[in-house]
Design a protein around this ligand. Structure first.
Ligand SMILES: NC(=O)c1ccc[n+]([C@@H]2O[C@H](COP(=O)([O-])OP(=O)(O)OC[C@H]3O[C@@H](n4cnc5c(N)ncnc54)[C@H](O)[C@@H]3O)[C@@H](O)[C@H]2O)c1
Ligand SMILES: [Zn+2]
Ligand SMILES: [Zn+2]
Length: 346
């Protein structure tokens, strides 16, 4: 089968690889129909994710059709159309029983990381019963690809952890696919203001179309002044970090209102300063989270009832044999205006 293989920092290739086989009774083999590329795949290619070793098939998102099941799989059968969670979960260990699937003792974020992933014609899904979701007849599969990772990430790590409330004021720092997924799902709670901050005017334009009440281009270093002006000098109740660099987490610390919550989403590779000398008396909370994808069923319903349309995040489409082009397009988003790219595997 064809698969996109990580070969070490800055190196990848579309290779012929053996088709995966069932290795445990709880496995399923899924024939991929649609997958996508995540900012985290770019982190891997930079060499930022040491658990992902050269030779690994990348990808942790997508939809497909069950090809075969191990003897212990009871919820799915060959021919079923399925959504793949980026998090594999046994459903039985301590963290799984708390719905903290990201910390499953025999799963978590392993797909396209410590085991072969979804940017291929076939993928082996461990713990299939609790890591796949059935796709009903007639559902829009492209839209559902956004439910493998980015929508639950924005919703769980940003909106839920950030305690977005009706009438509250929210700032989202970073308008990439994750920031925009946060923006879409924040609107479930009707906050009064959602301010989106980024360096890229095109992404800020998209944010406006997706429901931002104000946008700030922070290239001039004056985001703090702009947020204070918009909030009557109070700051925001929820500041969501959706970039993953020290500058943006520090920005969240300056714009947070007393009593507010800073919800970190970004994957950080560098040490970040915590300004307790400014925040000790501010009654704030800081949260961190690796997405659990516990909200996939809930988000599924919001997509089916058209409360949100995640398809709006898709800007480009490629066939699997053109996946290197898809990576170039996604990796040069400032030039190509790419948000999410769909890669059709069959
Ligand atoms: N916690 C989790 O479970 C989880 C899951 C998925 C992704 N992530 C992380 O979320 C982060 C965002 O992902 P993405 O795919 O949207 O990334 P992305 O790189 O596409 O988007 C980041 C955005 O931040 C903007 N930006 C960069 N520097 C900035 C600055 N100084 N000020 C303001 N904006 C700035 C960029 O212009 C871009 O629009 C990444 O760190 C990713 O690894 C975390
Ligand atoms: Zn991802
Ligand atoms: Zn588990």
């Amino acid at each position: 089968m064809k698969a996109l293989v990580y070969l070490g920092p800055s190196q990848k290739a579309l290779q012929d690889r053996p088709k995966p086989e069932i290795t445990a009774p709880s496995d399923a083999i899924v024939k991929m129909t649609k997958t996508t590329i995540c900012g985290t795949d770019l982190h891997i290619l930079k060499g930022d994710v040491p658990t992902c070793q050269p030779g690994r098939v990348l990808g942790h998102e997508g939809v497909g059709i069950v090809e075969s099941c191990g003897a212990a799989v009871t919820a799915f059968k060959p021919g079923d159309r399925v959504l793949i969670s980026c998090i594999s979960a046994c459903g039985k260990c301590g963290p799984c029983r708390q719905q903290m699937y990201s910390h499953c003792t025999t799963g978590g974020w392993i797909l396209g990381n410590s085991i072969d992933g979804t940017q291929a014609e076939f993928v082996r899904i461990p713990h299939a019963d609790t890591s796949l979701y059935p796709i009903p007849e007639g559902a829009d599969e492209e839209a559902l690809v956004m439910l493998s990772d980015i929508l639950p990430t924005g919703f769980e790590c940003g909106v839920l952890n950030g305690k977005v409330q009706p009438g509250s004021t929210v700032a989202i720092v970073g308008a990439g696919p994750i920031g925009l997924a946060t923006l879409l799902t924040a609107q479930f709670y009707s906050p009064a203001e959602i301010i989106v901050i980024d360096l890229d005017d095109n992404r800020l334009e998209v944010a406006k179309r997706f429901g931002a009440t104000a946008t700030i281009n922070s290239t001039n270093g004056k985001a703090l002044e702009a947020v204070m002006k918009l909030t009557g000098n109070r700051g925001v109740d929820t500041a969501i970090e959706a970039v993953g660099i020290p500058a943006t987490f520090e920005m969240c610390q300056t714009i947070i209102a007393p009593g507010g919550t800073i919800a970190n989403i970004g994957v950080h590779g560098k040490k970040v300063e915590l300004h307790l000398e400014l925040l000790w008396d501010h009654n704030i909370s800081i949260t961190t989270r690796l997405v659990d994808t516990a909200t996939i069923p809930l988000l599924f319903k919001t997509v089916r009832s058209h409360k949100i349309d995640p398809k709006r995040l898709i800007t480009h489409r490629f066939k699997l044999d053109k996946i290197l082009e898809a990576y170039d397009t996604f990796g040069n988003a400032a030039k190509t205006n790419a948000l999410k790219v769909i890669v059709e595997a069959s």
